[in-house]
Design a protein around this ligand. Structure first.
Ligand SMILES: [Zn+2]
Length: 267
């Protein structure tokens, strides 16, 4: 009996719920992190479904063969399905055109959050309660996992969407997401974010014109993150250039394909 009690305590500690206020609906769909530490936080949209509890129950169903660590409902309900110490089954394979840093199985190095979106194309905006619950959850997750940068993702870690590793099959996951509002809420930086992909192999220029130095390159279809849109040399009728989020330089907006549902200034 005593042994059983100790075992139960151990099981709760290792496998159990972590976020205060979350409803614990444990999913059997998880693996070891294979020795990797968590560096990225991935946000998703459910592309259908009605409630966080219903999605949590679906992740218990062997037919789903899927899970995320958390699900946030449109009413602000938070469900936890997998302990943060384990790899959930939220992210699929790394596809062509993914952000360049994805190498090992993304599940091993990430924590995933589903956001309930009733529309099958993920076109719903987050509701107010859903956004507030999500930001609060993300803040708590990063406090528990300081290896995750509180910033838009790059090769050193951070926060991004499912499209980052699966830009072909999951370009619309999570769909609309209040990136700027989130970073404002999390750290007050108001980091502008705008994501899109290069329609062809591009030079990165030091200034927004083709007379300036080439300081790098973007392979065709690669996803790039942009902090500002500025006027520069007219390229085939488009005078705008996108300043890369990492500060390395500029690419011509003519060759920048804005992902759906980005901040208005992106387009
Ligand atoms: Zn997803």
């Amino acid at each position: 009996m005593k042994l059983l009690l100790l075992l139960c305590l151990a099981v709760t500690f290792v496998y159990g719920q972590q976020d205060p206020g979350a409803i614990w609906i444990p999913s059997p769909h998880y693996n070891s992190r294979n020795g990797y530490s968590v560096k990225w936080l991935i946000v998703h949209g459910t592309a259908g479904g009605s409630s966080a509890v219903a999605i949590g129950e679906w992740f218990q169903n062997p037919a789903s063969q899927a899970s995320t660590h958390y699900v946030v409902g449109q009413d602000g309900t938070v469900v936890q399905c997998v302990n943060e110490g384990w790899a959930a089954w939220g992210n699929g394979v790394v596809e062509g055109g993914s952000d360049s840093w994805w190498g090992v199985n993304p599940n091993w190095v990430s924590i995933s959050i589903e956001h309930v979106k009733s529309n099958t194309d993920n076109s719903n905006e987050l509701t107010g309660p859903q956004a507030a619950a999500s930001f609060n959850l993300i803040r708590n997750i990063i406090a528990r996992n300081p290896g995750i940068r509180m910033a838009y993702a790059n090769g050193d870690g951070g926060i991004t969407g499912h499209f980052s590793m699966s830009p072909q099959s999951r370009a619309r996951c999570p769909g609309p997401f209040p990136w700027e509002q989130m970073f404002n809420d999390l750290n007050g930086s108001g980091q502008p974010t705008c994501m899109g992909s290069a329609t062809t192999a591009l030079n990165i220029r030091a200034e927004p014109n083709t007379n300036s130095a080439i300081v790098g390159g973007v392979p065709m279809h690669n996803v790039v993150n942009v902090r500002a849109k500025v006027l520069g040399e007219d390229i085939l009728g488009n005078p705008y250039w996108m300043q890369l989020h990492d500060g390395s330089g500029f690419i011509a907006a003519y060759y920048f394909n804005v992902h759906i549902t980005q901040p208005g200034w992106c387009y």
